[in-house]
Design a protein around this ligand. Sequence first.
Ligand code: AMP
Length: 427
Amino acid sequence: MRYAPPKGTYDILPPAPGRSAVQDSEKWQWLEATFRDLCRLHGYAEIRTPIFESHELIHRSVGEGTDIVAKETFDFETKGGDSLTLRPEGTAGVMRAYVTNRLYIERPVGKLFYIGPNFRYERPQKGRYRQHHQAGAELLGAAGPEADAEVIALACAFYVRLGLRDMKVKLNTVGTPESRAAYVVALRAWAEPLLPQMSADNRRRYEQNALRMLDSKEPQDLELLSSAPVLSDYLDEASQAHFAAVKSYLEAMGLAYDEDPRLVRGFDYYTHTVFEIQSTVLGDKALGGGGRYNGLIEAVGGPSTPGIGFGLGLERVLLALEETGAALPEAVGLDAFLCPLGEAARAACVPLLATLRRSQIACDMDYTGRRMKVMLEQADQCGARFAVILGDDELAQGVATVRDMATKTQQSVALEALATCLSKISG
Ligand code: AMP
């Protein structure tokens, strides 16, 4: 019996010629290391939370009428009868952990980052999976626009450092819950006579959570929505001032953005600033996005604490980097591959490997007793800089033949000097 991976999932594998970046584990390590390094640079510490949380936490914080909760969550019941949901995004769990562990007591401003998988029951296609990964950051306890600007700058710095050339930042504000409520009244009044022309999804959204009508990607809805009222006309003065300050900070940092008055993003918890990062090569799919969520911590049982954060899709940035022809880092190969000829040489290689590794030389050996030609091919495949050849003659003399795989030149090196010699020549 052969098993396929579950629909909408894929395996991340060791690098190999022709393998896409999305399936190459070394590219993932590079992405993750880049994000970790940038987070450290900006003063963020890592948080790791469970990949499942209570059904209620996810459904209530993301919002009942959102597409994610209405259609995409993986909900299940444990044998003990608990209702759980695989996390579809990172923020709700991080907020729950912030409250559970009372992190607000440790520091007045909490800066947290995470990297991990999320689960959404979506129709799989390129750039859309049922298990995808996000790198995210959350800045908690700071209500001022400086925090918004920092968080947006951190997200942008990630793409710039990865070498993505065609990134665009879309920016909007959704104001306070009060201004949004006034807007939703107007939006519903506008939509009511148009309902027969709208998609079934938008008719459902109209009933359940009218703001979410703006999330529709259906052409028939998009055309109608182009004449819908815009949220910016319903903002109070404080919201407008906050947004103006965020924009001026972005300008002061030299960060380009496009204002998009129709951007609302698919979560209910946002207040004030929302942003999305796009790449032209991904069509209508966003690379990442985020926003402010001043009521969320309180809604999950914590003290009233402002917050802002983002989640960046890691599959999509790899796809975009590949599409734009950015130079991705090459796999790092071994320093040495040991090629023993015969039983005695193979036995001698076992302690030799251990000695080399203690000297920080990345090495491996042939375990299968293959022919020299095949062992050298294998050395090449693992990207080894040197093949260390050990046969009966070498053993008798206490030496090994060190072959430079690039120049194909060989030299004889005493076994006890091998570690020092390889460290020197491999730099
Ligand atoms: P969201 O949490 O919906 O704002 O998504 C943040 C980012 O995660 C998106 O911009 C995408 O890059 C990525 N993302 C969301 N859903 C998926 C998915 N089903 N497959 C792959 N990437 C996704």
